[in-house]
Design a protein around this ligand. Structure first.
Ligand SMILES: [Zn+2]
Length: 66
């Protein structure tokens, strides 16, 4: 017999922040301040999005001229 545990103890991870940008090249520093990270530049590919390897922010290219 299997029972589903009512209270999973998995930590709640907040969903990655989605940043809408208008350029294929974006810079991310984690938002600056003490919670930031070294500034990195991300190149948005043909899928129209890029993820920051430091803070997992998702950068989505907003519109492409249409
Ligand atoms: Zn970042």
């Amino acid at each position: 017999m299997t029972q589903t545990a009512p209270g999973p103890k998995t930590p709640t991870t907040p969903p990655p922040e989605v940043i809408h940008v208008h350029d294929h090249r974006v810079a991310c520093d984690g938002g600056g301040g003490a919670l930031g990270h070294p500034r990195v530049f991300l190149e948005i590919g043909e899928d129209g999005q890029a993820t920051c390897g430091y803070c997992d922010r998702l950068f989505v290219l907003d519109g492409d001229g249409h």
